[in-house]
Design a protein around this ligand. Sequence first.
Ligand SMILES: *[C@@H]1O[C@H](CO)[C@@H](O)[C@H](O)[C@H]1NC(C)=O
Ligand SMILES: *[C@@H]1O[C@H](CO)[C@@H](O)[C@H](O)[C@H]1NC(C)=O
Length: 275
Amino acid sequence: MPFTLSAILLSFLGASSATAATVYLAGDSTMAKTSGGSNTQGWGEYLLYSLPSSYVVSNKAIGGRSARSFTREGRFQAIANVVQSGDWVVVEFGHNDGGSLTPTDNGRTDCFGDGAQTCNTVYNGVAETVLTYPAYYKNAAKLFLDKGAKVILSSATPNNICETGTCVWGPSRFDYYAWLATSQLGGTSAGVYHVAHGQYAAQAMKALGTTTVNAHYPNDHTHTDAYMANVMAASFVLGLKCGTSALGAAVKNSTASLTVTYLGPCIAFNGTIPI
Ligand SMILES: *[C@@H]1O[C@H](CO)[C@@H](O)[C@H](O)[C@H]1NC(C)=O
Ligand SMILES: *[C@@H]1O[C@H](CO)[C@@H](O)[C@H](O)[C@H]1NC(C)=O
């Protein structure tokens, strides 16, 4: 009997130290490692501290990308090629998705619209049919769902909302589109979850105040230092925790321990953004 018990115990300990799931991160420089300059950091580098040690975070974010260019360069497909059933993929774009396709297409701007609209362009000498931001989000999510992974469709972190001396935030159309894509895919019942990261990050920045926030954007109003990247990661973690995903449930920290801080309360996001 003691032998059997220790064998069971050993196999239990073995299982608990194995990888529970890998969380892949797809995004731009605000999520990537130091791609806004060596004195900056992306928030994706800090997510692992709020998850049990059995989770691996694989940060595939890369500077300068939009949902469109991440798609065209095959970067969503590369994640789909390695993602396993039970893994997670966080998709967060928006900083490089705006702008106009004319007169010069920068290769990143999405077609304007909330649905199946398309735009024809020539980028780098190659004809391209450009889709909308929610279309790129939905296509990416389907690649991962097909592999048995679950997907978090997140809105982008805002730029520094306190740079004028007062902290002011309003949602961009991309904040709405990220929610819309989640909803159109079927949400929780389909294994697709939304994090209103823009809104949670803005709430945290307002609570920290102008002096603190401005001190942690060392180069420009987009790229944060390590302190502010951790704030962005924490605001994402709260959004995750306040949602319905199993990844949120796996977060080590209690909701109460997060909401008593500058991060503030859970936000009921339903497509009409309360500010
Ligand atoms: C959650 O708790 C861990 C310590 O267990 C800490 O390192 C991490 O920063 C916390 N996360 C947040 C978002 O506060
Ligand atoms: C969203 O929530 C707000 C209050 O938080 C409510 O006034 C509004 O009717 C809701 N909209 C939808 C579409 O459920």
